[in-house]
Design a protein around this ligand. Structure first.
Ligand code: URA
Length: 364
């Protein structure tokens, strides 16, 4: 059962939080929504009590009103910066426990800037916020509930912080697949690799990433160095990742083809058929919660592989959609994106690509 925790600051947004609670009950059962942590017995550790309450929920809604970040105590110190602030303790616990955290802006409050947040709340600044308008409250809450219901099944499969043993095993498993790609003499691109002195481009990044990108095929730059997306398309990818506060090392980036074709052209069906079993094994090892195929070839492969061919359509229609899919290791989301190279051909596409990348924010 989906459980939602409403976190709010009394002096800042009590009325809004109550209104949100009432509206959520139009969509959910009473026992699914928690608004106040009562009954902390005398002498109990209140940090422990708040953390336990947050731990029982799947989602934390952080209601942020106009004074959320600035309210001070009697000594003039900002409450959000204090270690014993209930609002801070609850949000920090939810972030640490990998809960689905949504900033809910009320009273026309802006999203707090990272500089206004203590260290343990920095990740809040990266969460996509939803604003509840005075006149559109019911509609906005409905949108919020839909977003939560769409996101939470995949979020449940989010992995806890990797421990070093998991990472070691995954790195080792990836190295074994990489060795097979290096020796893949049967590949239709093996001769081209040898003639040009290219390296195979296996992919790189976090072996336990939640977010995996699959491009089309390495170009010459990539073939010369054996690393994905290091040319102009790679600069666009880095720019988009930075826009959602991510670095390459946080995600895993690979391609549908793991060798560079002889000329800049579309991948052939034979090449795709040869490399996708390797790509499938990479996915199985990493077990990402979100796969973002870049461009039409990777999108069409991933949707077909996951039995989602009903989502047929051009990348122009599919880009930026959150498509739920079942993997043997749990539910995930597929988020098709335009290939970063679109920005090189048409600068106006940059904003569109950025907006689509913003949709990945809820998963990071
Ligand atoms: N384009 C891709 O699809 N992959 C790369 O690695 C580089 C450019």
């Amino acid at each position: 059962m989906l459980r939602i925790f409403i976190n709010y600051r009394r002096q800042d947004s009590e009325g809004y939080a109550g209104r949100l609670f009432d509206h959520l009950l139009h969509h959910l059962e009473r026992e699914q929504v928690f608004i106040d942590v009562d009954d902390i017995p005398a002498g109990a550790d209140f940090v422990d009590a708040l953390e336990k309450a947050v731990a029982t929920c799947d989602v934390l809604l952080a209601v942020i009103g106009p004074q959320w970040a600035t309210i001070t105590d009697e000594s003039g110190a900002r409450r959000i910066q204090q270690w014993n602030d209930f609002v801070r303790i609850e949000i920090a616990s939810a972030l640490r426990l990998g809960k689905f955290v949504v900033p809910v802006l009320v009273g026309r409050a802006p999203m707090p800037a990272p500089g206004d947040l203590p260290d343990d709340l920095q990740a809040l600044a990266r969460r996509n916020a939803i604003a509840l308008g005075h006149h559109s409250f019911a509609r906005d809450v409905e949108k919020l509930v839909t977003a939560i219901k769409e996101a939470v099944p995949a979020n449940e499969s989010f992995k806890p912080r990797p421990n070093s043993e998991t990472l070691r095993q995954k790195d080792e498993a990836l190295r074994a697949v990489r060795a097979e790609v290096i020796n893949a003499q049967a590949s239709p691109l093996y001769a081209c690799r040898m003639e040009n002195g290219y390296f195979p481009v296996f992919g790189e990044g976090n072996a336990d990433a939640n977010l995996m990108f699959i491009g089309e095929a390495p170009g010459k730059n990539e073939g010369r160095q054996g690393r994905p997306f290091i040319g102009p398309s790679g600069s666009v990818l880095d720019d988009m990742l930075a826009g959602i506060n991510l670095k390459r090392a946080d995600v895993f980036v690979t391609n549908l083809l793991l060798d560079c074709p002889p000329t800049k052209r579309e991948p052939t069906p034979e090449e795709i058929a040869f490399y996708v079993p390797f790509v499938d094994r990479i996915i199985d090892i990493i077990q990402p919660a979100v796969i973002a195929p870049l461009g039409r070839f990777a999108t069409s492969y991933i949707l077909k592989k996951l039995g989602l061919s009903e989502h047929k359509g051009k990348i122009g229609e599919l880009h930026g959609r959150l498509i739920r899919a079942a993997m043997p290791y749990g539910d995930i989301h597929i988020v098709p994106l335009y290939h970063p190279a679109v920005v090189l051909y048409s600068a106006s596409q940059k904003e569109l690509l950025r907006k689509d990348f913003d949709k990945l924010k809820v998963f990071v």
